[in-house]
Design a protein around this ligand. Structure first.
Ligand SMILES: [Zn+2]
Length: 260
């Protein structure tokens, strides 16, 4: 049964989900681009700015990168500027609050912007890697920014190999350790919060379904209806995450405070 969230019912539904979070053994959040839009990072799917200028399949596919790393790095640096100037928004901060309150085991994110960590979340599984790290395509070593010259593109590892951001490009597999951790979290949680992701890109898309099959309640916070809304989600908020999550965190804190 789906509890659709129209504005007048929102507060009672927030309280219902807060009770769920206050009682659940393990709560996991799955986040995607939607949570960072209000931090100024345009969603991958959609028609804003950068993606109109650059075809994601062109600058974010491993084939394109290998074919012309200099050109792709030129595009990546423009994205890099956007990510570096972005700050966490109230949705990121609310998830960090839930973790501090002992009510969130961890965040599995498809984002590469590092905003969960910047907000104070400690257990973050970066399903698609991190834009803050670089990796050498020749020796496989993780390379720190300070070790490479960004003035000459493409930047190179001390071994001479071309480095790329340590993020999952189209055509590359999800890092094995992150994938295993995320799947273990999904199959052992009692509540999964799905925030700002339509969960259409595999294998991240399997996580809410896996959680549901293992008996978890799925709470979805997405502006628009998604493929999960009707059949997978137990609670659906079609509102911005930065509006819903702080209220949810507050309601959970109120409940926990009342137990003392
Ligand atoms: Zn190297």
């Amino acid at each position: 049964m789906v509890y659709s969230m129209n504005a007048p019912q929102t507060q009672s539904q927030i309280e219902a989900v807060a009770r769920l979070l206050a009682q659940a053994g393990q709560v996991v959040a799955l986040t995607g681009a939607g949570i960072s839009v209000e931090s100024g990072i345009p969603a991958f799917r959609g028609s804003q700015g950068l993606w109109e200028k650059y075809d994601p399949m062109e600058f974010a596919s491993i084939e394109a990168f290998i074919a012309d790393p200099q050109r792709v790095w030129g595009m990546l640096l423009e994205l890099d500027h956007l990510v570096r100037s972005a700050r966490p928004n109230p949705a990121h901060e609310a998830l960090a609050r839930l973790e501090r309150a002992g009510r969130l085991s961890g965040v599995v994110t498809q984002n590469i912007d590092g905003l969960h960590q910047a907000a104070g979340s400690r257990f973050v599984v970066e399903f698609h890697g991190s834009g803050r790290r670089l990796v050498c395509l020749s020796c496989g070593r993780q390379v720190r920014r300070g070790e490479v010259l960004m003035e000459v593109l493409p930047p190179r590892c001390p071994c001479g190999g071309v480095v790329k951001p340590d993020v999952v490009f189209f055509g590359e597999p999800i890092p094995e350790r992150e994938a295993m951790t995320a799947f273990a979290m999904a199959s052992s949680c009692q509540v999964m919060l799905v925030v700002g992701t339509s969960a259409v890109v595999a294998p991240a898309s399997h996580l809410p379904v896996l959680a549901k099959q293992a008996g978890a309640k799925v709470v979805e916070i997405n502006l628009e209806p998604t493929g999960l809304s009707r059949h997978v989600s137990d609670y659906v908020f079609h509102e911005s995450a930065s509006a819903v999550l702080p209220r949810l965190a507050q309601a959970v804190e109120d409940l926990l405070g009342g137990q003392d």
